[in-house]
Design a protein around this ligand. Sequence first.
Ligand SMILES: [Zn+2]
Length: 212
Amino acid sequence: MKLVDAHTHRVPHDPEQTALVDLLPGSPSSDSDEGCFYSCGIHPRDLGRFSMDELVETLCRIPCSAVGECGLDSSLTVGLEEQEKSFRAQIALSEELNLPLVVHCVRQYYELIRIRKELAPRQPWLIHGFRGNAEVGQALLGHGMILSLSPVWLLHQERFPEWLPDVSFLLETDESSLPLRDIYSHTAKLRGETMEELAGILQKTFDCWLFK
Ligand SMILES: [Zn+2]
């Protein structure tokens, strides 16, 4: 049984885990860790810190399997117009390089849907750290996005949301110190299934999203 971490900033060094590890532009190549895939993007909080050229260079050099995290975050002081410009450039890059997109979104879910509708990208988008309500979640799924659930949000659920079908979600640790195994075991309990069953479903969803 392999556990999949759909978004993390740390290489897990654990043979039981597969992870999509988020790198900053300009990161040195790491020794290829078995079961590790990489993504690289310009987070809205890092606008001005990295250039698109640096990002492209890192994406091609590592090489990465996804673009991001990138997106919109209304909790930051950086203007949303500036954030959207960078986000659109990274969407274009994901299309050009044929790589799926990891999206960071804070309280801008409907803006995200507006942009996706307008651009109609071919690449699948993973909304990482999802912690919205059923209405928002269903709207995102309805527009072809997949949700990687925030571990803190999950811990506060008394039952697994029934509006989240099997192929629509993934699990992640992001910056949390919670072990992935605990997040899996909590989720499996909420869903009334074994960890093996959950792991099988999530492996399929992850492979489908990342490798089409
Ligand atoms: Zn992150």
